[in-house]
Every structure is written in structure tokens, then in C-alpha cells.
Design a protein around this ligand. Sequence first.
Ligand code: ZN
Length: 372
Amino acid sequence: MEKAKPKKRTQQRPPFQLGGESIDAGTQKLVNLPVGVFTNNSPVDLGVVVVHGRKDGPTLLVTACIHGDEINGSEIIRRLLRSRSLRYLRGTLLAVPIANVPAFLNRSRYLPDRRDLNRLFPGSEKGSLGARLARVISEELVPACDLVIDLHTGAVNRANLPQIRVTANDEKSLELAHIFGAPVALSANLRPGSFRSICFQSNKPTILYESGEALRLDAPSIRFGLQGIISVMRHIHTLPPQKTSKRAKNPRSRKTHTIICKKSYWERSPIGGIFTPLIALGSTVEKGDALGFVSDPFGGEETQIIAENQGIVIGRTNEGLADEGDALFHIGIFQDLENARDKIALSSSTLPGEEDHPVPYDPFTDENSEIT
Ligand SMILES: [Zn+2]
């Protein structure tokens, strides 16, 4: 009789170290990094969920709510942390669902001193609360990761079509943008003090995802974002590829084609009044089309907003009021408009209904889960 082969002993991956805590391979932990103290003497901590896979691989940092009211990103990260896919994780995931803690508590884009956290990077140890928060992110998290996905939304009452912002000529980030698969990628200059700029300086490929509007959960934005992160994780082999048979059955897994938009502009309100839009996000417009109208609340004239160029609506206000000059429609200009329109239509058809509340799941302790 053949002897049973002795079980191979796999070498245990070293623990991940963060903020003085040690996270063993095959476990996950919420690490609270101290930042400062609130006015009521409560501590301000930056919560980071570390998911440390059993096998080696790259470290991905995913951040949300650098602007405190952009909550779609927090929900995307929450769902990612509940995802069954994480049981197969190789490498490490650093998830920060609430980066700007004080602004999140105030349901505000800005810090309590009215500053924008996304202009305070790399921050400083002895600066304002925002500067200290920026320092913790740029000194404790960025050096520990290999690539970054930063999640944003439009402003309050201003919705964005799912889109990626990338730095022109940053080839690595551009490649990730295509893998992420949002319908549109917009080249955007790096702004001094932004999180994206310090990631770029640290040579960490970074994509910034913008979708939906502030303070409002938007199902397509959340699904696109989650699907995009999982696609990137598969591409860098932190997650195994999707089985071909499963992909064929699932229409959502059809690849979304990302169209690069090199130029965009805002159509603004020609006058003050009550604003009625006539077109939705993702619509194609021709030069001279009526996009909506602004009407005099006293029963006077209705003034049409006429498209100055042909393009696709990649952002739109959802407010019913407009002062003269208010930004109403963000129009992306594409070299091949017809191709862009077809691909955007294809993207939206990849989003049939799906349950919005994945089942609670712990990838490492659930008895039916095995990391392979
Ligand atoms: Zn933002």
C-alpha cells in the first residue's frame, strides 16, 4: 500500500505591521491610527481595515471620503470588505472608508476649519488637524502600499457619470484606468497638495474614481466602483481571475470600455431662475441642442440652455434652482463621439439589478471559507 504523502508545510507569511499593531497572515483587523483630539476631548483616529492575505502579493490602498460628504466611496469599501472574493486574497488590502473623519461627522466636504483636506498633502505633524490627518495618510499608508484607488463623488446636488481622473502621460495609472473599466476617463492636471499628487510623487500608480453626488448613495456608482476595484485586484493578481463559465453567465462581467476624454467644459446658466433639465447623465448632445431651461419665477420668460459644442453629459446639477453663471451640465468632448456614445450605452447595459446589501461575511473566520 502506498504511503500517504506528508502534507507540504507552507511557510507562514510574515505579519503586516501598522501603527504598532501586528496583523497575521490570513486575518483582518481594524487599526486606529491616532491623529489628534476633537474639541470635546474625544480622540480623532484614522480607521484602517487591514486584510492580510495568506500568500504574498502587492498591497493595495483604497481610500474614500477625503471629502467628508462623498459617501458612495465609503459604501463601496464596506461592500468590498464584505465580499466573498477576499477569501482568495493574495497580498494585502488597506481599506480606509472614512479618510476625513471630522468632515464626515459634519456631513461636510471640508474640515471644521473650512479647509480642503485634498489640498493639505503631504501634511505635517505639528500643523492643523487636517494637516496631521494628511501626514498620517501620506507617511503611514502611502509608503506601505504599491498602488492606490481613491474614491470620490461630485459635489452636493451635482452628479457625475462614473469616471476616472488620471494624470496625462502617467502610463501606469492610465493602464489601471482601463482595467477599472469606468465608461469615461478624464485627464486632469495634478493639483498641488492633493492626495493624488503625493501618490504620483511617491511613484504609486493611482486612479481617482468619481461617480454620483455627495451625501447620496447611488447604486450604479457603487456597483461600478466595486466592480472596478475587483477588476484591478484581479489584474494585479491579488484576486484570482473570474472563471470563464461564470463570466459568460453574468452580463455584468462584460468588459466596460473606457473612453478617454481629453477636454471638457461646463454649460452655465445664462440667467437666474428655476432650472429644468431636459437631458440625463450620459446623454449625447449636438451643438445647438436644448439642454434645459431656466425660467423666471414671476411668470416671465423661459430661457433655453443651448449646447455650445457636441459631446456627452458627464456631470449635471440636480438642483432645481440656478443663479446666473451656475454650472449646470459638464460636457465631455470626445474625438469619436459616436464610438464614445456606443461604449457608454454598452457600459450602462452592464448594470442590471443586483442585491444592494451583500450578506455579512468574514473571509477569514467563516467556517466554509478556505483561502486557496
Ligand atoms: Zn472629492
